[in-house]
Write a protein that binds this ligand. Structure first.
Ligand code: PNS
Length: 159
């Protein structure tokens, strides 16, 4: 059974992430969406909130959501996954993603990083765009699923 990991900060999850997760779920028997905790960053949402928001945004039988503090390669090893799935928006993503793919290949040689081309409608989208638009009171509804829109807008308004 091929298990794939979709890792990210997901602070918060966007329609762009969800498109990649849905497409990965059609390619692999099991997909684990992994919220990676970066101790050097102060996120808008706690890891528990991020996990819960992803769970509320997805209804797919072969997708699980988890969180992890540490190296992605270590989680990959202990989960039995053989694929890391990332979305690529534009050339600007490439250098960073290429570096991470090569490092992960060294640390977990049995796992392959696969890139899915972001849907054209999500080319411009990122969690930081959502945070910025929402923090100035802009409408975030085109960027995030309805189930979590109020939660994100409320948090950004209270900043
Ligand atoms: O959504 P993001 O912030 O672009 O995701 C980046 C993420 C979390 C996937 C990446 O930073 C990561 O894999 N972090 C875990 C630490 C790690 O394994 N580092 C080694 C590879 S450079």
């Amino acid at each position: 059974m091929a298990i794939a990991i979709c890792p990210g900060s997901f602070d918060p999850v966007t329609n762009g992430h969800l498109d990649i997760i849905h497409r990965a779920s059609r390619l692999f028997e099991k997909v684990i969406v992994l919220v990676i905790i970066n101790p050097d960053k102060t996120p808008l949402f706690t890891s528990e909130e991020r996990v819960e928001m992803i769970r509320r945004s997805i209804d797919l039988p072969n997708v699980e959501v988890d969180s992890y503090r540490g190296l992605l390669a270590d989680y990959v090893k202990r989960s039995g996954a053989t694929v890391i799935v990332k979305g690529l928006r534009a050339v600007t993503d490439f250098e960073y993603e290429f570096q991470m793919a090569l490092i992960n290949k060294k640390l977990a040689p049995f796992a392959e990083t696969m890139f899915l081309t972001t849907d054209a409608s999500n080319m411009y989208l990122s969690s930081s765009v959502v945070r910025q638009v929402g923090s100035f009171g802009g409408d975030i509804s085109p960027f995030v699923p309805e189930q979590i829109r109020e939660q994100i807008a409320g948090r950004l308004k209270s900043l």
